[in-house]
Design a protein around this ligand. Structure first.
Ligand SMILES: [Zn+2]
Length: 271
């Protein structure tokens, strides 16, 4: 029997590193209690792949995967006049549960910043028009990101999740003031760069916390012998949940129950 049931809100299952054993990765996650998975869409093409894969896993009765449709800020430079229409078509498919990931990333600047802002705003508008939740990415771009996100105050029905939150206390408070959900990854298990997040965890209301692996990235450094390769997998969400429960001094089963509920509420799934 699995010890707890979790949903990985952010897993890049269409990534090439899963090409050889994607089905096994999904089964291993399920055996560990991590099901369903939300597959992150990072551009129009990948969002299409994510949707197709999710649809192929599901039956009318059992939903094993859902996906998001969006363009990551790194890929903003690939957007054109058809992009929003293409995302909109995908977003109407039953397995697609959010717009994103979208946002701003000034850490790597893979796309020019004005392009990032332009396509982030358009995706926020799309989510508002379709009344769908927003799956958000922000790295080293808080001020511009917050300024754009604040416009959603006029559309309070849009749910927002800041995925892989790694920011400061001031930034966390600002996101919570916009009623954002906060996604926490195995970044928190990193003794070199995740320590500042530990005291912030207690400031996230129980009803706003979401859990994710961001696999194949961000393998939790505290996994020890459990990890056989450098590739992260959705099954390791159990490790992340236990680590967070320990920091919060909370029963892992209760944390799993709360975050499962939050995830269903956020994406509007399994209800
Ligand atoms: Zn991201």
């Amino acid at each position: 029997m699995v010890e707890m049931r979790l949903i990985d809100i952010g897993t890049n299952l269409t990534h090439a590193s899963f090409d050889k054993d994607r089905g096994q990765v999904l089964r291993d996650a399920e055996s560990a209690g991590v099901s369903p998975l939300i597959i992150t869409g990072t551009n129009v093409e990948e969002s299409g792949h994510a949707q197709k894969y999710a649809a192929s896993c599901n039956t009318a009765a059992v939903k094993k995967c859902f996906s998001t449709a969006g363009v990551h800020p790194h890929d903003a430079k690939t957007c054109n006049e058809n992009t929003i229409a293409e995302l909109s078509v995908l977003a109407h498919r039953p397995d697609v549960v959010a717009i994103g990931e979208c946002g701003l990333d000034y850490n790597r600047d893979f796309s020019p910043r004005d392009e990032q802002r332009r396509w982030f705003e358009k995706q926020v508008e799309l989510a508002a028009a379709l009344e769908m939740p927003l799956f958000l990415h922000e790295r080293d771009a808080f001020d511009d990101f917050y300024r754009i996100l604040k416009k959603t105050e006029k559309a309070p029905w849009i749910k927002k999740a800041v995925h892989c939150f790694t920011g400061t206390g001031r930034e966390l408070d600002a996101y919570l003031s916009l009623d954002c959900y906060i996604g926490i990854t195995g970044w928190i298990c990193d003794e070199r760069r995740g320590v500042h997040l530990l005291p912030l965890l207690t400031r996230i209301p129980a009803g706003r916390l979401l859990l994710e692996t961001d696999a194949p990235y961000l393998l939790p450094r505290t996994l020890g012998k459990e990890r056989r390769s450098r590739r992260n997998e959705p099954k390791y969400l159990v490790h992340i949940a236990r680590y967070i429960a320990d920091i919060l001094g909370k029963d892992p089963a209760l944390l799993a129950h709360e975050t499962f509920r939050n995830t269903c509420d956020f994406f509007g799934i399994l209800q």
